[in-house]
Design a binder for this molecule. Structure first.
Ligand code: PGA
Length: 233
């Protein structure tokens, strides 16, 4: 159909994504919006609990998160790895150690995401499973604020590897080599099972699943991975 031709698609695309995905999705929108200039995008970024609420209220077309809803029937498509890593100040005494036991982390002052965060949930679960209690020094409602707090020496934290996307070689943060980390997480693109996607939403959905991974890996992800690599020897 003529309306399906490239560049002729017109309309609104509403996306809701968890805060870890804000390091990737806006970047993917670049090539997409160039290809479809008639599509206007509204992207809201918030924590896991909030994205679930907006799903329950049917406020958006597509949702991206790492932990699936338990009580809403959704169509689920895995999108990209979202590993959770332990971050510390670059000169932290543990930075040189290998295979740090989880128990050792429990002794460090810890900076935690706010209640409602999926990252927080995953971290809490990992420590609960081992019967360990975290020494939470500070609750912060933002990945960026946590990175600043780590750099300021307030403690260590666990965040998505993607939060390091724009950290250069002079980053003040480093990834600790802790047993059982990274926590292997995945982002999923989801929408309610009963919902018929609009042509616009379907177009973005196909773009994400067919090309999004490549675009993401070719840009932000590469920097992230070279940063995360351990020194030789
Ligand atoms: P969040 O992101 O911590 O901002 O809720 C969660 C996730 O990636 O599941």
């Amino acid at each position: 159909a003529i309306a399906d031709l490239k560049g002729l698609k017109q309309g609104a695309l509403r996306l809701a994504v968890v805060t870890t995905a804000k390091y990737v999705i806006p970047r993917l929108l670049g090539p997409f919006c160039q290809r479809y200039p008639g599509i206007d995008v509204s992207l809201t970024v918030n924590n896991h609990a909030w994205v679930l609420e907006s799903l329950a209220d049917n406020r958006n077309d597509l949702y991206i998160l790492s932990q699936l809803p338990e009580d809403i029937d959704v169509k689920v498509h895995p999108f990209l790895e979202n590993p959770l890593v332990v971050l510390a100040q670059r000169h932290h005494p543990l930075a040189q150690e290998r295979n740090i036991p989880l128990k050792r982390l429990a002794e460090e002052p810890f900076i935690m995401r706010e209640p409602g965060s999926g990252t927080r949930k995953a971290v809490q679960k990992r420590f609960d499973e081992q019967g360990l209690e975290l020494k939470v020094k500070l609750d912060l409602g933002s990945n960026e604020a946590i990175k600043q707090a780590i750099a300021g020496g307030l403690g260590i934290s666990v965040l998505s590897l993607h939060t390091l996307a724009l950290e250069g070689p002079n980053s003040q943060l480093t990834i600790l080599d802790v047993d059982g980390f990274p926590i292997e997480h995945y982002w999923y693109v989801i929408y309610p099972s009963g919902k018929q996607l609009s042509v616009i939403a379907r177009t973005f959905f196909d773009y994400l699943l067919n090309e999004g991974k490549n675009v993401a890996e070719a840009t932000a992800f590469q920097g992230v991975f070279s940063k995360g690599r351990k020194p030789e020897g």
